[in-house]
Write a protein that binds this ligand. Structure first.
Ligand SMILES: O=C(O)CCC(=O)C(=O)O
Ligand SMILES: [Fe+2]
Length: 241
């Protein structure tokens, strides 16, 4: 693994080739985060893991981006001419009934990365998510028309990323619009004692970001009118032990 300058955005060319737009079966292409992945001399808190065990204050959190920040993100998305593609995904390894109906495109934008890296770092710190996050995937712009959905699944794959052994540790969804009905995001974060174990994110304002751990079960319920648009991010680090 290369070690880069602090805060540099390093796209590893070998990783760029991996992902010709396939949907969520492999990981998406990876960006290196600001500090080198496993460089013990890099003085960045993201690279430091003081304990081997995961601990957390909350399995998820939610925040609302300021309008100007959302405006910059929307400008990047409008400027990016990558076409949507997609359809249905069956994630056989996790759950054979886990399927998705949506269109997606991968956004390979250093600007988005500069915007999101510090937010993810802050959120992780605030929650004591003690991960050594080192990369993010390219961001995934998803569009769900009527009937579009993504059944229960976990984002973390059963095996580490083939190329570098990293795993998805933090996921986020950014709500880009609100001109639709249905399409609620559910996270299964409640105690088994509870009847409803889900946190449901419904009617959220554009600019709402929901962050959660990569091994939390989640789904997007079917859209019943309009088109739901979301930007999805995954931050990766080394396996927990
Ligand atoms: O559209 C969303 O909010 C979530 C999408 C998702 O779960 C995924 O791409 O893995
Ligand atoms: Fe997901």
């Amino acid at each position: 693994m290369n070690t880069g300058k602090l805060n540099s955005i390093g796209l590893n060319p070998a990783l760029q080739k991996v992902h010709p737009g396939a949907v969520n079966v492999l990981h998406g292409p990876l960006f290196r985060c600001g500090a080198a992945a496993r460089d013990p001399s890099a003085p960045d808190s993201l690279t430091k893991r003081s304990i081997a065990m995961r601990y957390t204050k909350s399995l998820f959190c939610e925040l609302l981006l300021k309008e100007d920040l959302l405006g910059r993100i929307n400008a990047v998305l409008a400027h990016d001419k990558t076409a949507f593609s997609g359809g249905v995904v069956l994630n056989k390894e996790v759950n054979s009934s886990s399927s998705r109906a949506s269109e997606i495109r991968w956004i390979e934008s250093p600007e988005l990365k500069w915007l999101f890296d510090p937010i993810v770092a802050d959120v992780s710190k605030a929650n004591d998510w003690n991960f050594a996050l080192s990369h993010s995937e390219h961001f995934q712009h998803a569009r769900y028309g009527i009937g579009g959905k993504y059944d229960w699944h976990v984002d973390q794959h059963p095996h580490p990323h083939k190329l570098d052994g990293l795993i998805r540790e933090v996921s986020f969804t950014l709500f880009l619009n609100d001109a639709y009905a249905g399409g609620e995001l559910d996270l299964e974060i409640g105690s088994p004692r509870l009847e409803n174990r889900c946190a449901t994110f419904k009617n959220r304002k554009p600019g709402t970001m929901v962050f959660f751990l990569g091994d939390v079960w989640r789904r997007v319920r079917p859209v019943t009118s309009g088109v739901r648009e979301a930007l999805v991010g995954w931050y990766l680090g080394p396996p927990y032990v």
